[in-house]
Design a protein around this ligand. Structure first.
Ligand code: CMC
Length: 429
């Protein structure tokens, strides 16, 4: 193949360089296009636009492949912990035993948050969604920890501080929303065990850790750790590209993740399954609605911009759900409904022709329910898992000499030049 592509516009022919990634992905470098021809590209939703080169995550949507730093997600889910995977995603390599211990010690050292942060929570209206609160709190962290990240050590402390404190803030928000005493992290617990402890321990009812749930939470967060240039990661990179600090950038990422087409889908899936269960809706009717072009209804937890086959994360999530529910002897009717829905959808020609398969959010809520996580905290769980990815992508963007402030162009379709009309001359409506 040529190492350039040829584009002819009117009289002008352009040789555009071709860029090929390590897994053979191909791109046409159009950076000179506007200057040379006056044309821009038009690609709403950036479905065909590569915004960066990245060495963090590889996805093959046709084959259902997901790898962090080259390592398949299946191996990480089986062998790794969330802390080790976070290290891998952020630092680009698996840690040595000493590096992993140092990371765990630092996560423990930075797990408390300033006590004044509790006052913030008291002032949010009771009905506030935890994602809105989390986004605000992460932005507020910058005021409590304003140290500049101008050394490697400064970056390391800030990244670990974020991983540790966001988890503490999330558990704290749950306790405060229930009017319960805040539970502090324990130094003898691992990262995931500590989260469950902070969520569910109580002075009158000590929480007994379940090894299977701790393992399941590790897998849940590993599966969410990064997913290349999705909506929230693009938001983090965009905000970071204006040289906003990492707290502000992550706060924007959390806000972007909240949307029901993105991370908010995990809450919407359970609401959909609950409606089927409680209101006696028929699965086949919902499938029919999802296919009806006149109806905006969509099956939540189905479809993906990149995956045109079964999402590899959903495959693992489904297995973990089955294992955890059977070990805990939980009979969740929503799991049966989900499986029924999947079966009907996957044998339907609309879903087959549109390549619509379950995505990560389809089964994840059932696992979170088994852990006792309340519905409105589901997307917060996704956000904690996505932190290492956002951090790694923010840093990669900062270090990339090709990157500039993100500033797409547009095709203007509004009114041509018009004169200002004084109020006295305007017609009454
Ligand atoms: N139910 C019914 N039809 C669907 C669905 C669905 N869930 N998803 C896509 N389609 C149809 C859509 O109507 C369109 O049909 P047509 O070409 O005939 O007009 C076609 O499939 C392509 O859809 P699209 O909206 O152009 O695809 P997209 O890549 O822009 O959107 C998506 C991807 C994930 C936003 C979309 O599939 C969706 O809305 N899914 C439901 C929400 C969901 O589960 N989101 C979680 C995504 S995974 C977690 C994450 O990474 O955030």
């Amino acid at each position: 193949m040529n190492d350039y592509a040829t584009l002819t516009i009117g009289e002008k022919t352009l040789k555009l360089p071709v860029i090929i990634g390590t897994e053979g992905e191909k791109a046409v470098d159009i950076r000179g296009l506007r200057q040379e021809t006056g044309f821009i590209t038009y690609d709403p939703g950036f479905a065909n636009t590569g915004s960066c080169k990245s060495a963090i995550t590889f996805m093959d949507g046709e084959k259902g492949i997901l790898r962090y730093r080259g390592i398949p997600i299946e191996q990480l889910a089986e062998e790794s912990s969330f802390v080790e995977t976070s290290y891998l995603v952020i630092n680009g390599k698996l840690p040595t035993p000493e590096e992993l211990t140092r990371t765990s010690v630092m996560l423990n050292d930075h797990s408390l948050v300033h006590e004044d942060m509790q006052i913030f929570y008291q002032n949010f209206p009771r009905a506030s969604h935890p994602m809105g609160i989390l986004s605000a709190m992460v932005n507020a962290l910058r005021s409590f920890y304003p140290e500049l990240m101008n050394t490697d050590e400064g970056f390391e402390i800030t990244f670990l501080r974020l991983l540790s404190k966001v988890r503490t803030l999330a558990a704290m928000s749950y306790k405060i929303s229930r009017g319960h005493k805040v539970i502090y992290p324990r130094p003898d617990y691992t990262y995931c065990a500590n989260f469950l402890h902070m969520m569910f321990d109580s002075p009158v009812k000590p929480y007994v850790l379940d090894r299977d749930l701790v393992k399941a939470l590790n897998v849940f967060w590993i599966l969410h750790a990064d997913h290349e240039q999705n909506c929230s990661t693009a938001a983090v990179r965009t905000v970071g590209s204006g040289r906003a600090n990492i707290y502000a950038s992550l706060s924007a990422g959390i806000a972007a993740l909240w949307g029901p087409l993105h991370g908010g889908a995990n809450q919407k899936v359970i609401e959909m399954l609950t409606d089927i269960h409680e209101k006696g809706l028929r699965v086949s009717d919902l499938v029919a609605r999802a296919k009806d072009k006149k109806d905006p209804y969509r099956l939540m937890g189905f479809g993906h911009r990149v995956y045109k086959t079964y999402d590899p994360r959903a495959k693992i999530m489904k297995q973990v759900c089955d294992t955890v529910l059977s070990k805990m002897e939980i009979k969740d009717p929503l799991l049966d409904i989900a499986k029924q829905l999947e079966e009907i959808a996957l044998s339907d020609s609309y879903f087959i022709d549109h390549n619509l398969y379950p995505n990560v959010d389809f089964y994840s809520g059932i696992l979170l329910r088994a852990m006792g996580i309340p519905l409105n905290m589901f997307t917060v769980m996704f956000a904690i898992g996505r932190l290492p990815g956002w951090i790694a992508q923010w840093k990669e963007n900062l270090d990339d000499p090709d990157q500039k402030i993100t500033r797409p162009r547009q095709i203007y379709t509004g009114q041509n030049q018009a004169d200002y009309l004084p109020m006295a001359l305007r017609k009454k409506s």
